[in-house]
Design a protein around this ligand. Structure first.
Ligand code: BES
Ligand code: MN
Ligand code: MN
Length: 458
């Protein structure tokens, strides 16, 4: 690699920060219809940036939801083709009153950049654009062929992306997919993530009567949907954290002894972890360590609950309805469709006939895992070592990036997760932030990554 590439990166830090701050100022909240124009504006901004750094064939491509941004640079004959994926959409900012600075005004405190999207995922996506820019400016070329797709619907379950990939298979053909949309193990502990959990998400609606009722006049004569909901939910998981849906664990790939040993060797401080979360006690499936529970075991969670009177004071009422949002995180080799059917079946059996049940299936995604001896994973490990001065540790993660499984099945391409976020960067929460040391270091590591990928030969 031309050494001036790294010099260029090191002397461009202030500009990177200014540009990223501009990017973060666009409130690209995919979940909220009032931000539809901001979504388009953000896609345009992303495409302008891609053109400016020297990518070619840059296009904003409409879908029936938010647009996908595509660009490429394919002038390295014989070199591997890397497909970059990232998402320019962000999560809603509520509760906004808990932010210490406005969510769409990037603010630096203590070498951390605070804003919605800083770590998930605009900052990490932008890191690659800046590394590509450094090569194109200093060398006029890249060591690899590049295709990039950045979507605007990741945070709402990517409803249009699978179809988009199927429709554009030729344009997306590649040797490897690179995604930076995950945390490293800990500050100063760079990592490569080789597994993600999948997801199956539902809304449960119960109705007991046509209208709310006086709880004195009618209490005792009809079922209370709030109470029935609690009973139905408790049929899903026991106190030992074990999911009670019949067949739920049938396809779970058990942890190997080797994996369990390697998890144990990671610098994980359980007490600090608990304190950082403000939890009185950790809780999870018995027989498994915390890392095993989060990375390699499936769970059933309640994401939201709604029933009856929740205002100030007391109101004697039997609510007509109750609602819950629930989801299951899945691990290899569980299949979201199969799990969804098992769940629905168990839910119907667990719901008494004194309420009406409506189940709505929301988004889902397959779990994923890759082989560590993959040559691209090895290239990423060398790049991290060169960029961060440390050999990476190998981790799995509890979160989901469902498109990774689609890249494997539709494009037959392996994925390398090259995440430079941190676990405490408040993704999806108030005061989301990005460690600027990791951002700048990540740009350098990314530049090395492209070179290391270029050197791989089958
Ligand atoms: N960047 C995350 C995925 C992630 C989180 C990977 C933590 C590794 C560790 C992504 O933006 C995300 O939030 N995904 C959703 C997917 C869902 C909406 C289908 C998730 O995991 O809840
Ligand atoms: Mn993300
Ligand atoms: Mn996210």
């Amino acid at each position: 690699m031309n050494p001036t590439v790294i010099d260029f990166i090191n002397t461009s830090r202030d500009r990177y920060l200014e540009e990223l701050t501009q990017y973060l100022a666009i409130p690209s909240v995919s979940a909220l219809p009032e931000h539809a124009d901001d979504m388009r504006r953000c896609a345009e901004w992303t495409s302008e940036q891609m053109r400016t750094i020297g990518l070619e064939n840059v296009r904003v491509i409409g879908t029936s939801g938010h647009p996908v941004v595509y660009g490429d640079w394919l002038q390295a004959p014989g070199a591997p083709t890397v497909l970059f994926y990232g998402h320019y959409d962000v999560q809603p900012v509520d509760p906004v009153e808990l932010w210490l600075s406005p969510p769409f005004e990037g603010t630096v405190r203590d070498n951390e950049l605070f804003a919605r999207g800083a770590t998930d995922d605009k900052g990490q996506l932008f890191m690659h654009l800046k590394a590509l820019e450094a090569y194109l400016r200093q060398d006029g070329r890249l060591p690899i062929n590049v295709r990039a797709i950045f979507e605007g619907e990741e945070e709402i379950g990517s409803p249009n992306l699978d179809q988009f990939i199927k429709d554009h298979k030729d344009e997306l053909a590649c040797d490897v997919v690179v995604i930076s949309d995950s945390p490293m193990f800990d500050k100063g502990v760079p990592s490569i993530c080789y597994g993600l959990r999948g997801l199956s998400y539902f809304q449960i609606d119960l109705r007991g009567t046509t209208t709310d009722l006086h709880s004195g006049s009618f209490g005792g004569a009809v079922a209370n949907p709030g109470f029935v909901l609690a009973q139905v939910l408790s049929a899903m998981k026991d106190r030992g954290g074990h999911v009670k849906i019949p067949g739920f664990y049938d396809d779970v790939r058990e942890l190997s002894e080797r994996e369990r040993d390697e998890f144990k060797r990671l610098p994980f401080n359980e007490k600090q972890y608990r304190k950082g979360l403000g939890a009185p006690k950790l809780h999870g499936e018995s027989g498994f360590s915390t890392l095993e529970r989060v990375w390699a075991r499936p769970t059933f969670e309640v994401n939201g609950l709604l029933a009856g009177f929740t205002g100030e004071g007391a109101k004697t009422v039997i609510p007509a309805t109750a609602m819950a949002k629930v989801s299951m995180r899945l691990v290899p080799n569980q299949d979201p469709d199969k799990i969804a059917a098992l769940f629905e079946d168990h839910l119907r059996k667990a719901t008494p006939k004194n309420v009406e049940l409506k189940v709505t299936r929301m988004h889902g995604g397959k779990p994923w895992m890759t082989e560590l001896d993959n040559r691209f994973v090895q290239a990423a490990a060398r790049a991290i070592e060169m960029g961060f001065g440390k050999t990476p540790v190998y981790t799995r993660e509890g979160g989901s990036i469902p498109v990774v499984a689609t890249f494997q099945s539709e494009l037959n391409a392996p994925t390398v997760l090259f995440g430079i976020g941190l676990p405490d960067e408040n993704a999806h929460a108030p005061n989301e932030k990005l460690d600027l040391g990791n951002f700048y270091g990540g740009i350098i590591a990314s530049a090395y990554l492209y070179d290391e990928i270029a050197k791989t030969r089958e």
